[in-house]
Design a protein around this ligand. Structure first.
Ligand code: ADP
Ligand code: MG
Length: 417
């Protein structure tokens, strides 16, 4: 509004009307202009908002994809870790377990939930000065490659482990912790011991064979002289008893030497195609006659497959196997019982089973059964079963035992058909 005081009266009258209109027009134009700008700005904003939205959506999608990819990779790595047969344990900088795979659970007999978050020493057992462990690597930054150590098992027996360790870093090279990969070496150690045992036995066998040869001659001499001594004595001479003792002792020594020689002599098989049922029955019938004369309290039962069962064996040697098993079975039943003999086909094999209802065997005895000279009998040689095994294995077969103390024993012999 004009406040010009010099303006004439008529002007003054007319003035306000024209001024108001002009002002109004101006304002209107200004208003329209402003509105237009606002609208433009709004539209621009809207457009920007739209592009931002699209960008956001794209970023989101990328993020989702990269998350999925990360998930996939980490799942993949997890699957690998869980499928590994080697145990894997990872510790953080403080020495607490952050990863413990399935194989580690199995080898150490401890569940993942028992291990995660716990100090390494608690899970893997402490080593003096943190040696031989992921902790050593954590302290020194040095990897340990293909080492061997022993850990106590929960039951106290040692658990041999082969292991390697290394430092774990992130992509920038910062140390995050240490990793240890380990394997159970029990089976390897067992095989090593078995190889050692076989070597010792072979050396022992060679020596025994030489000694047995050397013993045989003087034994023959003693037997002859004892017989000469006895010849001049009256039947009721008390010294005769002593001479008989010498003869008995010599006989026993001779039997030991003979079985030792049988055991150590290299086996040469002279095989024929036979009907196993017939071969077994022949030995059993022969044994049974002897049994009825010496022991009235052992019953023999037979369970043979009907019809012939062909296989190739050295009849003489295989009869010795049958006889040894029948003898052991009878000796295991001092109070009497049932001796069972079975012959049956087994996929790809023929099977002979000789069972008794006797004293049975403890797991400790079963573990030593096939060790030369192992015997629980006062007059045993401990060479029966090792000889059986040697003969059966020379035939390409296998022998195994099932036994329970107080219940009885079954020996199974498998021969290739
Ligand atoms: P030996 O008969 O001279 O003792 P073996 O090698 O034939 O030698 O047997 C070794 C040991 O295995 C026996 O002393 C006995 O302790 C055990 N054994 C073998 N067969 C049986 C069986 N059927 N029942 C129980 N124990 C057995
Ligand atoms: Mg025996």
């Amino acid at each position: 509004m004009s406040t010009n005081g010099e303006a004439p009266e008529h002007h003054l009258r007319l003035g306000p009307t024209s001024t108001t209109l002009e002002d109004f027009t101006d304002s209107y134009i200004l208003f329209r202009e402003t509105t237009r700008r606002y609208r433009e700005a709004y539209e621009q904003l809207e457009a920007q908002f739209e592009t931002l939205n699209i960008k956001l959506e794209e970023t989101n999608q990328e993020l989702r994809k990269s998350l999925e990819e990360k998930d996939r990779v980490s799942n993949y790595l997890n699957n690998i870790l869980e499928s590994m047969t080697g145990g894997v344990i990872v510790v953080d900088l403080g020495g607490a377990v952050t990863l413990f795979n399935q194989a580690a659970e199995q080898i150490l007999g401890r569940s993942q939930s028992e291990a995660l978050g716990r100090p390494y020493e608690e899970v893997m057992g402490a080593a003096p000065g943190r040696q031989d462990s992921a902790l050593y690597t954590l302290d020194t930054g040095t990897s340990l490659i293909n080492r061997v150590k022993e850990m106590p098992r929960p039951d106290g027996r040692p658990l041999p482990l082969g292991f390697s360790t290394s430092v774990v870093r992130d992509e920038s090279g910062k140390v995050l912790g240490a990793l240890e990969v380990f394997n159970d070496l029990t089976e390897v150690k067992r095989l090593e011991a078995e190889v050692q045992r076989v070597r010792t036995l072979a050396a022992l066998g060679e020596m025994a064979a030489t000694v047995a040869h050397e013993i045989r001659n003087p034994l023959g001499g003693i037997a002859t002289f004892a017989a000469l001594l006895g010849r001049g004595m009256e039947a009721d001479d008390p010294r005769r008893r002593l001479v008989n003792k010498i003869t008995e002792g010599v006989g026993r020594l001779n039997r030991i030497v003979s079985s030792l020689l049988t055991y150590t002599r290299p086996l040469r098989l002279n095989t024929h195609e036979v009907n196993l049922v017939e071969l077994v029955e022949e030995s059993v019938a022969f044994f049974e006659i002897d049994l009825e004369r010496s022991r009235g309290n052992v019953k023999v039962t037979r369970d043979y497959v009907p019809g012939p069962l062909a296989c190739r064996v050295d009849t003489e040697q295989f009869q010795q196997v049958i006889l040894n098993l029948l003898q052991n079975a009878t000796q295991a039943m001092p109070e009497g019982g049932t001796l069972s003999v079975a012959v049956a086909p087994d996929p790809g094999h023929v099977m002979l089973c000789i069972g008794d209802t006797g004293i049975g065997m403890s797991p400790e005895v079963q573990a030593k059964l096939f060790t030369p000279f192992f015997t629980t009998k006062e007059d045993g040689t401990g060479l029966g079963l090792v000889t059986c095994r040697k003969i059966v294995e020379a035939h390409g077969g296998r022998i195994r035992v099932e036994s329970a103390p107080g219940t009885g024993t079954r020996f199974y012999v498998y021969l290739p058909q």
